[in-house]
Structure formats: C-alpha cells, structure tokens
Design a protein around this ligand. Structure first.
Ligand SMILES: Nc1ncnc2c1ncn2[C@@H]1O[C@H](COP(=O)(O)OP(=O)(O)OP(=O)(O)O)[C@@H](O)[C@H]1O
Length: 266
C-alpha cells in the first residue's frame, strides 16, 4: 500500500439496482490524509458509494473503476483478487456499530487484529500479549477502557461506537470509512465520536471519508464536502463555501431539516 497514493480514486462509477441508478457516473479523488464529508439527501447514494469503495458491493460493469491507496478494488463490475488485503487498510465504522453483542468490548477490539493472527489461536482466545496491550491502549485512547470486560450489547451507543473506532485503530487502518457514524447517537456522544475521527485524521494522518445526514456536522468537522444527489456529484469543494443557495440546490427548500444542532446559513 503506497503511502503517497490517494486514499481513493473513483472513476465514472455507476451502480444500478433494478431500474434505479444509485450511482450515476461518480468520479472523485480523495488524498491519503484528507477528511471528507459525504452528504446528500436520503437515497442519494452515499452508502452505496462507501460500500463500493470498500468492495462490499460490486459496481456496474463498464468503464467504472475504484482504486484505494493505488490498488484496484474493482473495475468493470468485478472485485480485484486481492480486495481483502486492500480492505485490511480500511477501518469500517457503521451507524449500528457492528460489534458482536455477546462478546466483551475487549474481544470485539481484538477482532481488529484477526488479519495478522493465526485464526486457530484467535479462536481459542489466546491473544498474544503485545496485541492485548495494543487493544487496551486503543480502548484507553478512545476513552472506554473502563468497559473493556463488559458485553458490547450492554454498552451505550456512544461507548460501542468508540469501541468500533478502537477496533479500527488495532486493525492498523490507514483510513476510516464511516457510514452515518453518529446517526444513532445523542449530540454529546456524536461530538465525541466526530472529535475522535478528527484526531485520527490530524494526529495520526488517517484519511477519513464520513457520510453524514447532519450538514452542520459536515461543515464543522470536515474541510472538504462532497455532495451527492440522485447518484451524481453535485458539489465537491470547501465546506466553508456551502452557502444557502448551494444547500437548497442539494436538499431542496427544506434545508433546515438537514441541520441537527444549528440552523442553515442565511
Ligand atoms: N441493495 C439494494 N437493493 C435495491 N436498491 C438499493 C439497494 N441499496 C441501495 N438501493 C437504492 O439505491 C439508492 C441509494 O441508496 P443509498 O443507501 O446509497 O442512499 P443514501 O444516500 O446512503 O441514503 P440514506 O441517507 O437514507 O442512508 C436508493 O434509492 C436505495 O433505495
């Protein structure tokens, strides 16, 4: 995985479900150390784009192609043979946290190390000491080490999401793809999760692509915003230039509904 290659190059990516074009000729490039918000109305294709980037879903056959850190993830509707290796560099964060509820928070974080461990050893729970230390350090960093021994399904949403971020840290991810990471959280927990993503970006140099329903969060936390509407890129530029006119263009006249805590720009 080249350090200098962009985090993402997507060229002319389309994805059709039945008669619906979820993505329609999307081309975007995201630098290795960038933090970018992906916004747009419900159904505009944000999750489809994120799933296509991680190779969890194939795109339409044709000219479209997706590269992550200089390596092909997919082209012409087919996943690359080494997509798992590429995916190893991507930490995935989801709205519903995706922890294994009956396992402890600690074990969930340890699952981030699976890619570099002997599966039999991991299955028996014989985690190497060095990995255990790294897992505890990751839990400490995100502020939930006190809950390490607690089953994930007994934790609050915010605690679980921070655990998911710790798992991505242990995985050694070079970039985070976060799909609505704060949509199920209260504002205080949401801000802590966004602060952590910003910290991973600015302090550790991880690239971050984060889909957000809340436009105020996109503007507050990300310098660059890419907006999708009906599967097309309709804005790609500085968050600071997302004025009312542009937002109406993206969301229609009901733009206040796209703001969570503050109001839309005048
Ligand atoms: N597996 C699927 N089968 C059929 N249609 C799908 C599938 N996944 C997505 N779609 C459709 O593709 C379009 C884009 O969906 P997507 O989930 O990417 O939008 P989104 O911008 O993430 O929406 P939201 O903000 O509501 O999560 C929608 O019209 C959706 O119904």
């Amino acid at each position: 995985m080249s350090q200098t290659a962009p985090l993402l190059v997507a060229r002319d990516v389309s994805k059709t479900f039945g008669a619906r074009k979820a993505l329609d000729g999307v081309s975007v490039t995201v630098g290795a150390g960038e933090m970018v918000a992906l916004i747009g109305p419900s159904g505009s294709g944000k999750s489809t784009l994120l799933r296509s980037i991680s190779g969890l879903q194939t795109i339409d056959p044709g000219k479209g192609e997706i590269e992550v850190f200089g390596r092909a993830v997919q082209k012409n509707g087919r996943l690359a043979g080494d997509v798992r290796r590429t995916r190893g560099g991507l930490g995935m964060i989801f709205q519903q946290f995706n922890l294994v509820g009956r396992l402890t928070l600690f074990t969930n974080v340890m699952l981030g190390a699976l890619g570099r461990l002997n599966p039999a050893v991991a299955l028996l729970g014989w985690w190497p000491g060095a990995e255990k230390n790294k897992a505890m350090a990751a839990l400490h960093r995100v502020g939930v080490s006190d809950y390490a021994g607690q089953r994930a399904n007994t934790l609050s949403g915010g605690q679980q999401q921070r655990g998911a971020i710790a798992r991505a840290i242990l995985q050694g991810a070079k970039a985070i793809l976060a799909d609505e990471p704060v949509a199920s959280l209260d504002p205080v927990s949401a801000r802590r999760v966004m602060d952590l993503l910003v910290e991973l970006n600015s302090r550790d140099g991880l690239g971050v692509i984060v889909t957000l329903h809340q436009v105020d969060y996109a503007i507050r936390y990300c310098r660059r915003v890419i907006a999708l509407k009906a599967g097309k890129v309709v804005y790609d530029g500085p968050a600071s230039e997302l004025n009312r006119e542009r937002l109406i263009d993206i969301y229609g006249p009901e733009i206040e509904e796209a703001f969570w805590e503050g109001g839309a720009p005048a």
